[in-house]
Write a protein that binds this ligand. Structure first.
Ligand SMILES: *Cc1c(COP(=O)(O)O)cnc(C)c1O
Length: 354
């Protein structure tokens, strides 16, 4: 006799991030800014206070308070997770029953479909228009069928770098009694957040992460913000000690508003520089479309996406490729310059000519 995996487990493959060493990494939408020396020292001091033999605070209260304070919301509406990725899984665990159906958009963040499948739930998809905008009326119409227990999407969207304005999102949430999971991982870069009004809805959970604008991808910290009923369910469903004490010490970074605001400004400028630079170096290319961006990355269509991706890779620059689209994270001035020079070489040199 031999143990046999069930078909669900058999179909799984490990997440496959970019590996190898590249001099320029613009593939994962991380911040390019490290805490300054003063902040790094404060963090170190906090780490020396950690009682490594004791379990962490199960509710990560200090961390939730600092998050709430930074965004001007009520701390009791906040649940901390080990990255918002963990929270996506947790929300599907807690709020879906086997066989329930989830609705999401495409293209959008790939983990939504993954966690829905892991929970033995079907996942339908509304494809975006050719210009990658969302047909909001069509979305409401799909929801009105009553077939869906959950709608999950990112706003602004990874990977399209586009956003749905707050009024349209409000309309979507009000049009349905499905649970709406609104992933605002990139909302620091835009001004259409529903965070401050999250508790006013009975069917809304907003996700935020420390991995992008806040520059803490290494730590794995995410937050869910929702009304008391949903928050109680989330806190009850999570594993008790999900956020470790080292992560909780990162609260000092959330308290450093000057650092966070100046980082944000710097990343926004970098994105603008990257966006304009890419438009310029591809101005003569008819097979290239650069999308507008309200995030910290730029999304582009390129008929020769694979060739351009490979060319950049051999030049020590790694980005993300999705079919005939490319996603490029805003980097340091030097990284952006190296990227733009390489893209320009690709289109203008003989090596790059089709
Ligand atoms: C990066 C990203 C996340 C993941 O955040 P973590 O907190 O690092 O797990 C969630 N949603 C979207 C859309 C992202 O791009």
């Amino acid at each position: 006799m031999a143990y046999k995996l069930n078909p669900k487990a058999e179909a799984l493959t490990p997440y496959d991030p970019v590996t190898g060493s590249y001099q320029v990494r613009l593939d994962a939408n991380e911040s390019f800014i490290l805490p300054d020396d003063a902040l790094a020292e404060k963090l170190q001091a906090k780490l020396t206070e950690v009682l490594f033999n004791r379990y962490p605070d199960p509710l990560a209260q200090k961390l939730c308070e600092c998050f709430a304070e930074y965004y001007g919301i009520n701390p009791s509406a906040v649940t901390a997770g080990n990255g918002s990725d963990e929270l996506i899984g947790l929300i599907m665990n807690a709020f879906l029953m086997k066989g329930d159906k989830v609705l999401t958009l495409a293209p959008d963040f790939s983990m939504y479909r993954f966690y829905a499948q892991l929970n033995e739930c079907g996942c339908d998809v509304l494809e975006k228009r050719d210009d990658l905008t969302v047909d909001v009326e069509r979305l409401k119409q799909m929801l009105s069928s009553g077939a869906y227990k959950m709608l999950i999407f990112s706003n602004p969207c990874n990977p399209t770098s586009l956003g749905i304005n707050a009024d349209d999102v409000r309309g979507i949430i009000r049009s349905t009694d499905a649970l709406v999971v609104l992933d605002e991982a990139y909302m620091d870069f835009w001004d259409q957040s529903l965070l401050k009004e999250a508790e006013a809805y009975d069917n809304l959970i907003i996700l935020r992460t420390c991995s992008k604008a806040l520059g803490l991808a290494a730590m794995r910290i995410g937050f869910a913000v929702a009304n008391p009923l949903l928050t109680k369910a989330l806190k009850s469903a999570k594993s008790p000690y999900n956020v470790n004490s080292v992560n909780q010490a990162a609260a000092v970074i959330l308290q450093d508003k000057d650092f966070l605001r100046s980082s944000l400004q710097c990343i926004k400028e970098s994105k603008q520089n990257l966006l304009e630079g890419l438009k310029k170096v591809t101005a003569n290319e008819r097979d290239v479309t650069i999308f507008d961006s309200v995030t910290n990355f730029v999304f582009m269509h390129c008929d020769r996406a694979q060739e351009l991706f490979d060319f950049l890779k051999t030049n020590g620059i790694i980005i993300r490729k999705m079919g005939d689209k490319l996603r490029i994270t805003a980097g340091t001035q030097r990284e952006n310059r190296l990227l733009l020079e390489a893209v320009s070489r690709f289109f203008n040199s003989e090596e790059g000519k089709a």
